[in-house]
Design a protein around this ligand. Sequence first.
Ligand SMILES: *Cc1c(COP(=O)(O)O)cnc(C)c1O
Length: 353
Amino acid sequence: MFWSNLTKNITPYESGEQTYDREYIKLNTNENPFPPSEFITNKLKEAVDGSLRLYPDPDSNKLKKVISNYYHVNIDNVFIGNGSDEVLAFSFMAFFKGKKYISFPDITYSFYSVYCDIFEIEFMTFPLNDRFEIKSDNISTDSKGIIFPNPNAPTGIYLEVSIIESILVRFSSIVVIIDEAYIDFGGHSCVSLTEKYSNLLVVQTFSKSRSLAGLRVGFAIGNSNLINALERVKNCFNSYPLDRLASEGAIAAIQDSNYFTYCCNYIIESRDMLADELLLLSFDVLPSKANFLFVSHPVLDAYSLYNSLKENSILVRYFGKPRINNYLRISIGKKEDMITLIKYIESILRKNS
Ligand SMILES: *Cc1c(COP(=O)(O)O)cnc(C)c1O
């Protein structure tokens, strides 16, 4: 009875299970199988000192500078937040609130509809085709804002930059947000388009390709006009979203580019190996440019497979939702873990035959 109607009516986002009861091969939340490098953890340890007494820089200018150099943009084209989920929440607030309708794919990151609910934004979805691809013709011209991940989640399917550019042209009077949480696993970023298209906001995170999900750092790149809007919203919620440690860790992660490249290449190889093996076992494997695969089997029921994998200490993600209720999302891990997974699936298939 103490709750507001809004609180009563929202359905919060459900993240993948974080289990602490026993050791799992954890392939359910797209975390990086590699820990942050020693260079990064040393920088973090060095940052633990008396300065923690003080508030951090509210604008994270040091990190902004490093990111702006890395992506060849100006510092006023960068916004930093406490994880990209926060950056996305601020973006919905800054660009979408009060507008009707905001468009995103029918199958996509489920946080988008949650933001719409909490901020009371009306949305409509556009259907992916039967191979789960985005078809830009399906996006309604009535849209007052567009958002989708590239590669899309949970499908892993990548959309060519040239098609995104055509969307930016066609919808030049509304904000288009491209959520590039998984872009470092083989796709091309749209960041370079932000110079030409003032309606484009690109959002990225340190949680996946940079092994820092635990530190909570995300950022957006776009025209300074969009970035300004985000700063205004941020300063109404939390003036200091990034703590001192997170900032130092993120800077170190950008600096250690060799380690970053090594981890991304390994994950791409491990993904392609797993895809080949699953194809041999008759799985339908959607083409992925992310650090996960989205798969379905003609005989094995996805939910039963999810459960039997869990009983055997392998966690994957199951979404009991229309169109995808016979699919599993498998995060890419170390090659040895992928082999364990394959062996286990083979043993189930043998039992079933
Ligand atoms: C993981 C993920 C994010 C959020 O990551 P943060 O950890 O909050 O930075 C955003 N978008 C998509 C599509 C994701 O999968």
